[in-house]
Design a binder for this molecule. Structure first.
Ligand code: NAP
Length: 491
């Protein structure tokens, strides 16, 4: 199966923060890989912008180095790098000053040559307002201008509202692309294809047949290099409010009438608004301890952030309920953490037991379960109960029906584009389906804020957990109290 590459319209893309980590590691490599894949026409202009004084030639050297490091095995040869770099230039400017803006304006082409203009705000959120205001004041925006903003989108409802208001003062909602890179993952979109493209699952996708759903996003890395940001954010703000919330929405939403940005986002918003407040005893916070193993020592969270009294969580698990007809009575267990045993993002849909076992108690309890692997090894496994082969009566076993996307799509299909590649191409095409709308982000904060405020008012301290483990024991208790258990955190 060969994947189709449909070229996009020529565009001018300005990366504010073009010298920063995200631009070097993700944005520029994503553009380069799309260039290699033949999706760019060769008539693009990619303009890095930041305060550092650099010539375009110096910037190209930095970009070339970043691409060699980060574009990965998917990068192509044969002069592709040189051709790509010819489209790259640089402007030194200050988001909060007036220097450099006219030079930027001079580098942008008239709309007839580059119909699409994208401004990627790969800078701290405090600069979104000054940038948006200057893009308009210097006449850089046209009707087809899009702006891309990175997470974190606020740190609570009030700050997210402020950001939304600021951006809305300069751009229409239809021009604002709030990135959550989880939504660009192949399997996350496949969630919608599996649910709404097949007759098989949807009739069972409700509280009558689904016992509960588990969503796990586990990381093996700690907070190295992001200490200052993470200490102010914690797992709830950094992961739960956005990535896990988005996964929850896609798993739980009603079928939209069509696969159209607002139809999809309307349904996601309804899920967030139907979430009940979480009871304090249905949340567990954790913080990782030092790993003392002489072979692989690792500092504790508190040691790393240099704050022996830190109460920031590096792990959070909770039980959520969605109060609507489809899901009343089916709990959703969500957990995410750092320095866990494996890197694994998985959704497990646990179906109920058959209502009556005709095989008797000795056959044991068997229930179907659908495992959706987001990373690594993207794919879907459905466990089905069959008779254990051989003599000796009717013994039942669960076997996996496994679909690995890498295998299913075959070597000719090539690796699927990574999340940033897909999302940036969607921005150029003007498709907002995989981007968060302002009201969605605000609704997610409205649900999260009281949980964080509750910890503060109760003086809650996260439970310690061993670095390299599956998280704090209390998270297991959260499940066991309900007669359930977490699926393993496997790669
Ligand atoms: P970074 O490495 O600190 O880069 C910041 C960039 O902004 C630099 O290019 C910097 O260049 C530029 N900058 C700072 N002040 C400026 C100003 N006044 N005017 C113009 N440019 C200015 O940060 P980053 O890691 O790339 O992150 C950028 C944004 O993406 C942040 O909001 C971050 O939270 C978000 N994000 C990052 C990642 C990641 O993996 N890095 C992941 C998700 C989200 P100069 O100093 O030369 O001006």
């Amino acid at each position: 199966m060969v994947s189709r590459v449909i070229p996009v319209d020529p565009f001018d893309l300005v990366i504010f923060g073009g010298t920063g980590d995200l631009a070097q590691r993700k944005i520029l490599p994503a553009l380069f890989r799309r260039h290699c894949a033949g999706q760019l026409t060769g008539a693009e202009r990619i303009i890095g912008a930041a305060r550092t004084e650099l010539s375009s030639t110096e910037y190209r050297t930095i970009v070339a180095e970043a691409l060699r490091k980060h574009a990965g095995s998917k990068a192509c040869g044969g002069g592709a790098l040189e051709a790509f770099l010819e489209q790259v230039s640089y402007v030194a400017l200050d988001a909060k000053g007036e220097v450099g803006w006219t030079a930027l304006s001079d580098q942008l082409r008239p709309v007839e040559q580059a119909p699409v203009r994208v401004f990627y705000f790969s800078v701290a959120p405090g600069l979104f307002g000054p940038l948006a205001e200057r893009v308009q004041r210097y006449g850089l925006a046209n009707a087809d201008t899009r702006i891309v903003v990175e997470k974190p989108f606020g740190r609570d409802l009030a700050s997210a509202r402020d950001l939304n208001r600021t951006l809305a003062g300069h751009f229409d909602e239809g021009q604002i692309y709030r990135i959550d890179h989880y939504l660009g993952k192949e399997t996350v979109q496949n969630l919608m294809a599996v649910r709404f493209g097949n007759m098989l699952f949807e009739p069972l996708w409700n509280s009558q047949y689904v016992d509960h759903i588990q969503i796990t996003v586990a990381e093996t890395v700690g907070v190295e290099g992001r200490e200052e940001y993470y200490e102010r954010a914690g797992a709830m703000r950094d992961m739960m409010q956005n990535h896990l919330m988005q996964l929850l929405c896609l798993i739980a939403m009603e079928p939209p009438a069509k696969f159209d940005p607002d139809a999809v986002r309307d349904e996601k918003l309804k899920v967030i608004r139907a979430l009940d407040p979480v009871e304090p005893h249905h949340i567990v916070r954790g913080q990782y301890q030092a790993r003392l193993d002489p072979e692989a020592p690792h500092p504790s969270y508190r040691g790393l952030v240099n704050n022996p009294r830190s109460t920031t969580e590096s792990y959070v698990a909770l039980k959520a309920h969605i109060s609507n007809w489809r899901w009343a009575g089916t709990p959703f267990y969500l957990r995410t953490g750092k320095r866990l045993v494996n890197r694994s993002s998985v959704i497990n849909v646990m179906f109920k037991d058959a209502p009556h076992s005709i095989f008797g108690a000795e056959a044991g309890r068997h229930a179907n379960h659908l495992k959706i692997r987001l990373q690594p090894n993207e794919g879907i496994t459905l466990s089905v109960t069959i008779k254990e082969p051989g003599q000796g009566g009717m013994r039942l076993v669960d076997v996996p029906l496994d679909m690995s996307f890498a295998e299913a799509l075959g070597p000719e299909g090539g690796d699927p584009p990574d999340a940033y590649e897909r999302l940036i191409m969607d921005v150029v095409r003007g498709n907002q389906t995989l981007f968060m709308r302002g009201d969605e982000v605000e609704a997610a904060w409205a649900w999260t804020d009281p949980l964080i405020a509750g910890w503060k008012s109760r003086g809650d301290v996260p439970k310690p957990y061993e670095s390299g483990s599956t998280g704090p024991g209390d998270a297991d208790l959260l499940m066991r109290r309900d007669g359930r258990e977490w699926r393993g955190i496997n790669p």
